[in-house]
Design a protein around this ligand. Structure first.
Ligand SMILES: CC(C)(COP(=O)(O)OP(=O)(O)OC[C@H]1O[C@@H](n2cnc3c(N)ncnc32)[C@H](O)[C@@H]1OP(=O)(O)O)[C@@H](O)C(=O)NCCC(=O)NCCS
Length: 111
């Protein structure tokens, strides 16, 4: 299981060693098949979210799963993720830090 940060670099005045301004991350996980169905993924995702939203500056987390693995979607929904639709053939989900005002984001692609 892992969380990958995405973020803008702080402005140049902070110097070249400045850390990225981390607000969004993606979550991914993979369990050995012989350990599926025991609640491990659900518990691990819950623990990861608790840490991410209390001990870091993250305000949102995204995740997606293989289309042939609906159990993974169930794990995300049980942990409060919302289904966002299909992205590149993969079901995508997102969650915002509880209590934070959620900003709506819009995207347009031309061509
Ligand atoms: C997804 C994965 C982590 C699940 O792990 P797990 O420990 O078995 O998950 P849990 O036991 O915590 O929960 C599984 C849930 O899915 C449900 N489920 C199982 N098979 C299902 C199916 N075919 N359709 C819908 N839900 C299903 C279970 O009933 C359970 O929900 P419930 O508690 O409400 O009954 C594991 O299947 C895996 O590693 N898959 C391959 C990699 C992958 O898809 N990673 C996700 C990338 S984000």
């Amino acid at each position: 299981m892992g969380v990958r940060h995405h973020g803008r670099r702080r402005p140049a005045r902070d110097g070249p060693a400045a850390l990225p301004h981390r607000r969004h991350a993606t979550l991914s996980y993979l369990l050995r098949e012989d350990s599926w169905g025991r609640g491990y993924a659900t518990q691990a995702v819950a623990d990861m979210l608790r840490h991410a939203f209390t001990a870091t500056g993250l305000t949102s987390i995204g995740a997606r799963h293989h289309p042939d693995n609906p159990a993974s979607g169930r794990v995300l929904l049980k942990n409060g993720f919302r289904y966002r639709g299909i992205r590149d053939g993969w079901p995508a989900y997102g969650i915002h830090r509880p209590g934070r005002h959620q900003r709506l984001r819009y995207e347009i692609k031309i061509g």
